[in-house]
Design a binder for this molecule. Structure first.
Ligand code: X5A
Ligand code: ZN
Length: 557
């Protein structure tokens, strides 16, 4: 089966151990169901007697933890830096509701994002519980409360059923891609009087198989559908599905498709699809990076079907949208532009170098802006827009612009480690309003700090409604490495977009005028890396367990 290719070699002994981990402390009924955990796609299709079941030798969390200590096969150069967190991890007691990071029992504020330990995501209009499917006392009632479609207005797409996609609790670290992300954004929009309020509500529909297969292989579509029968499935170590995920993924894609055609046909001026699971890592035949179906790709094809000749996709999620790039690699009608943390291929998913410009007939229709380091903020993003993205986008003259809007490059994000502010996102949205006649479709991708994503998404919606952002955009000074990256992008794209030449020459002069970096200056810049990333994802029992489950799968790196 194609979708499970990345990890078909899963060791069934340990897979069984993980099964038991999942079913631990569950009721008998649930335990019955846990034997249906889709831990191994191959095993699932085997005869019932071969199926993984709780009859297998059990490994407890404690045993796994002990094995973890004995497991000393990590030869990363960074190992020494991680020793301290690993020792202290044992005493960790609480996970931050706002950013999911682990904290020690003796602190009240999250070490990563500063949030208070007792932080409650939501006030009145949404439930914060993941497991309560129908015991939600504050059911969102958005239907009928907003005005109908307004050709001059902003449409917001959301559906509660997308909250039912969650990682069935494994008693490890909470998964960052969680239902509260949507709840938090909706609560913030609601508090600002935008939704319900100034925006209209756009309904979600499950996308048809036919539509889905214009983007994905039959194998992929079927393997996502098959997860409906299992309590828990994994496509990669970090890409989960529960019984509701296939439905959520089809609602997300259907919503994006409909919103794209609604904007194209003038039934809405612009729109924001509040969807999950996210989509931009999902390629033609694989789910990965928390993504099942590629929502932006489905929307782009839907816009083309609705009469658009050219579609622009701007992907500002902190990760490279490898799936979207793959899908449109040879397609001249869809220009894919991505800004992402790249670090020379060391940042997930590792693809998206400046030299990736599209394949054969469509060279220049893929524009990658790969940051060399973390910490990148508003100035570098706005600078890249001004000197690379906007010139190319104006020349391309799309009929619709789709933003693959992850908010994990936002200040405070636990995975992204970058520094874009809500005003930065507002500025970028505003700049894109000038291309493609204001036809703008924003699609949520990643973003894992609830406060950051809420304030950022709210700032973007305000711009969709016509507000003009406040920050300055004149004389933006990029960072040294930011300027270097933009120069590399221009150099790679020059032959396909010749009008970039004057900009390239100007920036080259700016670069040459910078004083050469001193050796000792560089040394002090390389600080010790302590708790820069989420330690559970870098290290720890979860990673260890996955290493055992899926040998050779390094997708979490
Ligand atoms: C949509 C998105 C991130 C995947 C990170 C995997 N995915 N380590 O932000
Ligand atoms: Zn991301």
């Amino acid at each position: 089966m194609a979708a499970s290719n990345g990890r078909v070699d899963g060791n069934s002994e340990v897979a069984a151990a993980s099964l038991n981990l999942i079913s631990e402390e569950k009721s008998e009924v649930e335990e019955e169901e846990a034997t249906l955990v889709n831990g191994d796609f191959e095993a699932r299709n085997a005869a019932p007697s071969q199926r993984l079941s709780r009859q297998h030798t059990r490994s407890t969390i404690q045993e796994l933890a002990t094995m973890d200590e004995e497991y000393d096969d990590y030869n990363d150069e960074e190992d020494s830096d991680w020793e301290e967190p690993i020792m202290r991890m044992i005493s960790e007691k609480w996970f931050c509701v706002n950013c999911t990071m682990g904290n020690f029992d003796d602190v009240c504020y999250c070490d990563s994002c500063g949030e208070h330990r007792e932080y409650k995501v939501l006030t009145h209009d949404c439930s914060a519980s993941d497991s309560a499917e129908d015991t939600n006392p504050f059911k969102l009632d958005l239907k009928g409360r907003s005005p109908g479609m307004d050709p001059e207005g902003t449409a917001i797409g959301f559906d509660e059923r997308m909250l039912l996609h969650f990682e069935v609790e494994m008693k490890f670290h909470p998964h960052p891609e969680r239902p509260d992300r949507l709840r938090a954004i909706v609560a913030s929009l609601s508090a600002a009087g935008l939704f319900p309020g100034k925006c209209s509500s756009f309904p979600a529909r499950e996308i048809t198989m036919e539509e889905l297969q214009r983007v994905h292989s039959m194998d992929h579509v079927q393997s996502v559908e098959s997860t409906r029968h299992f309590l828990l499935s994994y496509f990669t170590s970090d890409t989960y599905a529960n019984r509701h995920s296939a439905c959520a993924a089809r609602l997300a894609a259907g919503l994006c498709s409909d919103l794209a055609s609604a904007i194209m046909s003038g039934r809405a001026r612009n729109g924001f699809a509040l969807v999950r699971p996210p989509g931009h890592h999902a390629g033609v035949k694989e789910a990965m990076g928390f993504c099942l179906h590629n929502n932006a790709a489905v929307a782009a094809l839907s816009a083309l079907a609705a009469g658009a000749k050219k579609v622009l996709i701007i992907d500002w999620d902190v990760h490279h949208g490898n799936g979207t790039q793959e899908i449109f690699e040879a397609n001249k009608s869809v220009l894919y532009v991505s800004l992402h943390r790249h670090e020379n291929g060391r940042f997930y998913p590792g693809t998206g170098a400046a030299e990736d410009v599209g394949s054969v007939d469509a060279k220049g229709y893929c524009v990658n802006i790969p940051w060399k380091n973390g910490g990148v903020g508003d100035n570098d993003y706005i600078f890249a827009f001004q000197h690379a993205i906007l010139p190319i986008a104006s020349e391309f003259a799309a009929d619709l612009t789709i933003i693959s809007a992850g908010f994990d490059a936002a200040r405070g994000d636990p995975l992204g480690g970058c520094d874009v502010t809500p005003d930065g996102y507002a500025q970028m949205t505003h700049m894109l309003n000038s291309v493609s006649k204001g036809r703008l479709l924003v699609i949520l991708e990643g973003g894992y700090n609830l406060r950051s994503i809420s304030s950022s998404a709210t700032a973007v919606v305000k711009v969709l409604l016509g507000e003009v952002p406040t920050g300055k955009i004149r004389d933006i000074q990029p960072s040294r490495t930011g300027l270097q990256t933009v120069l590399e992008v221009l150099a790679a794209q020059l032959e396909f977009w010749p009008m970039l030449m004057p900009i390239f020459k100007k920036l080259k002069l700016q670069w040459d005028s910078l004083s050469p970096i001193k050796i000792d200056e560089r040394k002090t810049k390389k600080k010790r890396r302590l708790r820069l990333g989420p330690i559970w994802w870098k290290w720890g029992s979860k990673r260890f367990a996955y290493e055992q489950l899926y040998p050779g799968n390094r997708s979490w790196v």
